[in-house]
Design a protein around this ligand. Structure first.
Ligand code: ZN
Ligand code: ZN
Length: 303
């Protein structure tokens, strides 16, 4: 692993914040693109079977997103209140769970039943279809609060996938203009979740990508998304990589987030490339570094 320390000065690489687009909601074909990327990364990869399974799951997510009906949304006065107080409108940790998510889960499970899956995955699908609403909602609540270790590793990807679909659907129904900036720059302005990774766009600006709704919001490159320190970062990359996927570690709080460069690989995708670079997480974990945000499809006990 290569490590390099550098300190960037604010304003050194970015235009004044007022000129910067603050938020991008997820594209409506994001899961299709993710599935393609996962299939590409799976070729010759030591985790190929796992990445191929996730590509099927992403296909099912796209199908569910395409067919999910419009969800009930917060009232305009509630929306205004959230903007005024810098609170996320679709707060994953405090908003009552929208039953729409279970419709998404049913669609995903139905599609996955038709896929060519190993017996263990089939059994998980069967057991999930037999679960009652309360059990499913409890599991969903744990995932939205990022208590991933308390969720069964086999069930996590299916349930998290359904929640992701419902949050993407709700965010797009509200539209970009409904969301204001939060006081905490490291949390998603749409749902308040932590980022799965950072993406440097081709214009050099850094956006954090939400682990739940995949909105991308701007944060200056000098700032740690976790503690907002600007004191210094250390960049890590796997030896022999093309540099499109690196990890940015904060020297202050010891947390890290993967940093993906679209300029080095225009196909790079937050969830897919994060999961295909688990080797980097293992190395950083050995150095005592902690992830600054989860990948909801990945159970922390599996590494
Ligand atoms: Zn979000
Ligand atoms: Zn930090």
């Amino acid at each position: 692993m290569n490590a390099e320390t550098r300190i960037l000065e604010p304003g050194e690489i970015e235009p004044p914040t007022a000129q910067i687009r603050f938020l991008f909601l997820a594209d409506q074909d994001l899961f299709r693109l993710r599935a393609e990327r996962l299939r590409f990364l799976a070729k010759g990869h030591s985790l190929g079977d796992y990445l191929n399974f996730l590509s099927l799951l992403a296909d099912a997510q796209q199908e569910a997103l395409n067919h999910l009906s419009a969800p009930p949304l917060p009232e305009p006065n509630e929306q205004a209140l959230c903007r005024e107080h810098g609170m996320p409108l679709l707060s994953a940790s405090s908003m009552p769970l929208n039953p729409l998510w279970r419709k998404g889960l049913t669609m995903i499970l139905q599609q996955m039943e038709e896929a060519d899956l190993p017996l263990a995955a089939r059994e998980t699908i069967t057991s999930l279809t037999q679960r009652d609403k309360t059990g499913l909602d409890e599991m969903a609540g744990r995932i939205m609060r990022e208590e991933l270790a308390d969720v069964s590793p086999a069930e996590l990807p299916f349930v998290a996938a359904a929640l992701q679909v419902s949050f993407v659907r709700m965010a797009s129904a509200l539209g970009e203009c409904s969301f204001g900036q939060l006081e905490q720059g490291g949390l998603c302005p749409v749902c308040g979740s932590r980022p799965v990774a950072s993406i440097v766009h081709s214009d050099g600006l850094r956006y954090l990508c939400c682990s739940l709704c995949f909105s991308q919001w701007h944060l200056v490159r000098v700032k740690c998304s976790s503690c907002e320190s600007t004191r210094g970062i250390t960049l890590y990359a796997l030896e022999g990589s093309n540099g499109a996927v690196t990890a940015e570690c904060c020297d202050e709080c010891n947390s890290y987030l993967k940093l993906l460069y679209l300029e080095k690989d225009s196909q790079v995708e937050a969830i897919a490339d994060d999961l295909a670079s688990l080797a980097l997480d293992l190395l950083l974990e050995r150095e005592g570094r902690l992830r600054a945000g989860p990948n909801l499809l990945f159970h922390p006990g599996t590494a």
